[in-house]
Ligand binder design. Structure first.
Ligand SMILES: Cc1ncc(COP(=O)(O)O)c(C=O)c1O
Length: 458
């Protein structure tokens, strides 16, 4: 079908996630046609360097034939098996065992979802069930980070700490609370330790205000992703995990972005040897080739749900496609690819990536760069010394994304002009060179815009 006809149909019928419905209709869709390694080609035949791995998920890169073969084989052998009524399938069982073996020891059981939002939703439902089952039904409050993202399910969106996911959706619920994001670049603190101490204190104060007996859990991403790739100071995760334990609340890490090699370890928790009570994951689990997510839980939570004195006969949480055999087979293959050298390759490339990030810091528009592994942000400012941001009314982030697209580069341009990068783990040195050449070109063009010059001169 002709691109113009497809664009017309898209505008008429397809609702895009997290979009301005009318704005999207006016602008039109960019149709992607194919992908190979870290590059995608659009319906006009133009090829782009993808520095965002789709939506921080295609960690192995596009066009991995091994994955296609495994999916195709599983589809021909057994395309579907329900997990209901005691049925199961070999790939799903093997994957559950594999995930338990590669995640922190504290996590011993897995429930499979279709993506990240419903993994978070399942976590929230299991937490509610758990506390009811063990006779602590008043433990209902959830605390998370401002700027944190935990998906857009009807309850999970309230745990998310981003205003766009709240507006007009009647969340957060009265049981949802947010504390400050550990965002050192824009904090009032002189040292990282001072920020960590303040963050722990804020959590303790929040729990005290709500009453520890009423608080169920604290949710966070080890690196805040959609909120602007905010890398907390080293030691923050450990301090918060410790505080949760001492406060008697569950510590839930959302590794939907950070899992599966994105930050330089298989899971970001490993950087500080964190033992969470629950973990959510998706994206890199299947590298985006098919939909799948998971929530993992400790044996203590599992036992509370299974054996608690106040439990009900069945645990009424399920989905037709939970533990889908094709997704599970793909995930097993994807994990093999990480383990057979891709994770090591990404680790080896990280210093090169970091050097390049550091060098872009000298650009007049760049106020901060930060990363953990191959998850990074370049934060643009109108005034470096004052860290002054460009006014939101300029809509500069959209202009930046358009200029990058024209230059054949894809990254994420957040509303506050933070640029997010999540290159596929298969990036070569040459791919990184190309990324930063194109980024430099893009930033130079942005710098030459009248509206940018005017704002910087203020
Ligand atoms: C940390 C985190 N949690 C949850 C989600 C939701 O995942 P999904 O979009 O697969 O529903 C995302 C998606 O970006 C995420 O980054």
């Amino acid at each position: 079908m002709q691109t113009s006809a497809l664009k017309e149909l898209d505008s008429q019928y397809l609702i895009h996630p997290v979009s301005d419905f009318r704005g999207h209709q006016q602008k039109g869709v960019k149709i992607l046609q194919s992908g190979k390694g870290p590059r995608v080609t659009d319906s006009e035949g133009e090829t782009y360097l993808d520095a965002f791995a789709g939506l921080w998920c295609v960690n192995v890169g596009f066009g991995e034939q091994r994955i296609v073969d495994v999916a195709s084989k599983q589809m021909s052998v057994l395309p579907y098996a329900t997990g209901y009524f005691g049925f199961g399938s070999e790939p799903a069982i093997k994957l559950a065992e594999k995930l338990v073996s590669i995640t922190p020891d504290s996590l011993q059981h897995v429930y499979f979802s279709l993506g990240g939002s419903d993994a978070v939703d399942a976590a929230l439902r299991y937490i509610t069930y758990y506390y009811n089952a063990i006779g602590k039904p008043q433990k209902k409050h959830i605390i998370a980070l401002k700027r944190g993202y935990h998906g857009s399910s009807s309850v999970g969106a309230g745990v998310t700490g981003l205003p766009a996911f709240h507006a007009n959706f009647d969340v957060p619920l009265p049981t949802h609370h947010h504390i400050a994001c550990p965002y050192f670049y824009r904090s009032e603190f002189d040292t990282e330790q001072a920020l960590i101490d303040a963050s722990v204190q804020e959590l303790k104060d929040k729990v005290a205000a709500l009453g520890a007996d009423n608080v169920a859990a604290f949710f966070c991403e080890p690196v805040v992703g959609s909120g602007g790739v905010i890398v907390p100071p080293k030691g923050w995760l450990t301090a918060i995990a410790k505080a949760c334990k001492s406060l008697g609340i569950l510590f839930v890490v959302d590794e939907v972005i950070t899992g599966f090699g994105r930050t330089g370890k298989m899971f970001a928790c490993e950087h500080e040897n964190i033992q969470p009570d629950m973990m959510t994951m998706a994206k890199g689990l299947t590298s985006g080739y098919v939909p799948m997510g998971a929530v993992m839980m400790s044996d203590e939570i599992f036992k509370g749900i299974a054996d608690g004195p106040h439990r009900s006969a069945v645990v009424g949480h399920g989905q037709t496609y939970s533990a889908h055999p094709v997704s599970a087979a793909v995930a097993l293959e994807v994990i093999s690819i990480y383990e057979e050298g891709l994770l090591e390759h990404a680790q080896a490339m990280t210093p090169y990536f970091e050097d390049k990030l550091q060098s872009i810091l000298s650009h007049p528009l760049v106020g901060d760069v930060r990363n953990q592994g191959l998850l990074a942000a370049v934060e643009l400012v109108a005034d470096k010394s004052k860290k002054r941001q460009f006014p939101a009314e300029l809509g500069l982030h959209e202009v930046i994304a358009d200029i990058a697209w024209k230059n054949k580069l894809i990254f994420r341009a957040f509303g506050d002009n933070i640029l997010g990068f999540a290159p596929a783990l298969c990036y070569s040195k040459e791919d990184f060179d190309e990324l930063f050449d194109l980024l430099q070109k893009t930033l130079d063009e942005v710098l030459s815009l009248d509206m940018v010059k005017k704002e910087m001169a203020r």
